[in-house]
Design a protein around this ligand. Sequence first.
Ligand code: C2E
Ligand code: MG
Ligand code: MG
Ligand code: MG
Length: 272
Amino acid sequence: LTGEADGFDAAPTMQPDDAYALDKIRLESDLRAALDRKELEVRLQPIEEIVSGRIAGYEALVRWQHPERGAVSPAEFIRLAEETSLIVPIGDYVLARVCDMLVELRERGRKPLPFIAANLSGRQIDDPGLVQRILDLLHARDLPPDKLKLEVTESLVMDHARIGDLIAHCHSVGMPVALDDFGTGYSNLGPLLTLNFDQIKLDASFIKALDRPRGVAMVGVIVGMARALDCDLVAEGVETREQREILHRLGCRYAQGWLVGKPLSLGDVLEH
Ligand code: C2E
Ligand code: MG
Ligand code: MG
Ligand code: MG
């Protein structure tokens, strides 16, 4: 820097990184406040059994209604929350909400009671007390453990050695575990060789590819693989009737996506 120190120099230039860091700090403190004020909402996206058209369960997807920024997507704030310790209370909050929602569905007489799947973060996978805390939530409400499903993404599975213990612990108490976003991440088949998932969720990119013979061929192979492994297969991001039709023909059991339904508030779920 040349310029003379005359006291009227421009303020140090903001670097893009600084702006990002500052924005992150603001967002983090907003998120902390939102959690305290219960501004985080858990929405439920229906998962349909394709053959019967029956809604078998829901995936819990967290939403943050920011007072100025509007709806902030979990893709944005979950990552932020993971970099701080905020993901721990957020994760606990989502799990408790999911259990409360199961109670409401039961009280409204939904039979059979649908399952609700909750997404786990890396921190939760590493927490050896997680399963017991979930069981406490379930027992306090007299809920059967098979109605709460846990979703772990393929990339998390690759990074967390504890996943095997978590699955074993879940199975010993009757709680199912799903492999989320299958086919993305490192696209490694290794986890399926050693880990006993109850469900595989095929990433939306494969469903988009159903408009090409290559995509149809690959999804067909994955349907066969899931069947051979005795895993339920859920197609994610199903948006068109054509996609559902092809999935039906290929023998995929479940569909999730805008065609079936967007993530709904519990009130909307109870009305349908
Ligand atoms: P995910 O678990 O793979 O969830 C599916 C995402 O696809 C959701 O995005 C959902 O809104 C979106 N989606 C569903 N159907 C369609 C469709 O037909 N077309 C398109 N284009 N998108 C569809 P969302 O809600 O933005 O969540 C993004 C990710 O954030 C989730 O991906 C999940 O990994 C994470 N996430 C959401 N809630 C939680 C949570 O409570 N805890 C943790 N740890 N992660 C969460
Ligand atoms: Mg998921
Ligand atoms: Mg997914
Ligand atoms: Mg996905």
